[in-house]
Ligand binder design. Structure first.
Ligand SMILES: C[S@@+](CC[C@H](N)C(=O)[O-])C[C@H]1O[C@@H](n2cnc3c(N)ncnc32)[C@H](O)[C@@H]1O
Length: 261
């Protein structure tokens, strides 16, 4: 489903991951149920949200400078400037970007994601990542899958417990991409600050959100068969190309960018 179809209702009786994240980032598109979760999360959660966003910014700019001009971003979140297309199009104005999220509040704010440069294009797909083939099919409207695409799932994998087969989902998505494409992933870590991670999982759990933090080794499995680019699989503040980084680690978020051979 793309924008233009009837708007699904926003459930304000229980927290949603997009709105908790918006609250952590200091946004206004969240409700008391979301704020209650955000306030009880360990202090690192806020730093993690900002560092995750800053990584998206650096990785997108690097990809655009490498010549990538097509992006498929799943689990986009509530718009927060700069959004991915603004970063890419500032460097490569003809960049084409497809966003996807399953939260009604993100759909409600999707207009902000659809303001493209005149040379480029953006689109929004309201869909669940549990149906990856449908997302790829919808993205064909805007993206040319015979040319490299940068696929990003940022801050999303830790909302996908193993029983929904996140590895299989990422494999299905990458199977639709040609060689020279990239995969950009971030994931909350269970082994960087284990105590904080457990507290965070418990707080999300109280709101009915299952958090699946992963070890470095577990996160590494998402990149099997792919070529992880420099600086490798690191935490968000450590992912820098050139100056000034890396920064000290306070995020508890693993990240990596990998190329499809
Ligand atoms: C923590 S936010 C990350 C936002 C953005 N990618 C970023 O890194 O700044 C996670 C996003 O994933 C979305 N999400 C969670 N489960 C999803 C699913 N099954 N399908 C699609 N999106 C999902 C949420 O609605 C939310 O917007």
């Amino acid at each position: 489903m793309t924008t233009g179809t009837p708007q699904p209702p926003i459930d304000t009786s229980r927290p949603h991951s997009a709105r908790v994240y918006d609250s952590l980032l200091g946004g206004k598109d969240n409700y008391p149920v979301d704020q209650a979760v955000a306030e009880h999360l360990p202090a690192e959660a806020k730093a993690g949200a900002f560092q995750n966003r800053a990584f998206m910014n650096r990785a997108t700019a690097w990809l655009a400078r490498e010549g990538v001009d097509q992006f498929l971003d799943i689990g986009t979140g509530i718009p927060t400037a700069p959004n991915l297309h603004q970063i890419a199009q500032e460097i490569a104005p003809a960049s084409r970007v497809v966003y996807c999220d399953n939260d009604p509040i993100v759909l409600r704010h999707a207009e902000a994601l659809l303001v493209s440069s005149p040379e480029g294009a953006t689109d929004y797909v309201h869909a669940d990542v549990l149906e990856p083939a449908k997302i790829i099919e919808a993205a064909h409207k805007v993206l040319d899958f015979d040319r490299p695409v940068a696929l990003s799932l940022l801050g999303l994998l830790h909302f996908l417990p193993d029983d929904v087969d996140p590895l299989g989902i990422v494999r299905t998505l990458t199977a639709g991409l040609c060689p020279g494409s990239y995969v950009v992933l971030s994931q909350g870590a269970s082994d960087v600050n284990p105590e904080g991670g457990e507290r965070g999982s418990a707080e999300y759990g109280k709101g009915g959100i299952r958090l699946a933090l992963r070890t470095r080794e577990e996160f590494t499995r998402f990149f099997e068969g792919l070529e992880i680019v420099e600086p490798g699989l690191v935490t968000a503040p450590e992912w820098f190309r050139g100056t000034p980084g890396p920064l000290p680690e306070f995020s508890g978020v693993y990240v990596a960018v990998a190329r499809i051979p």
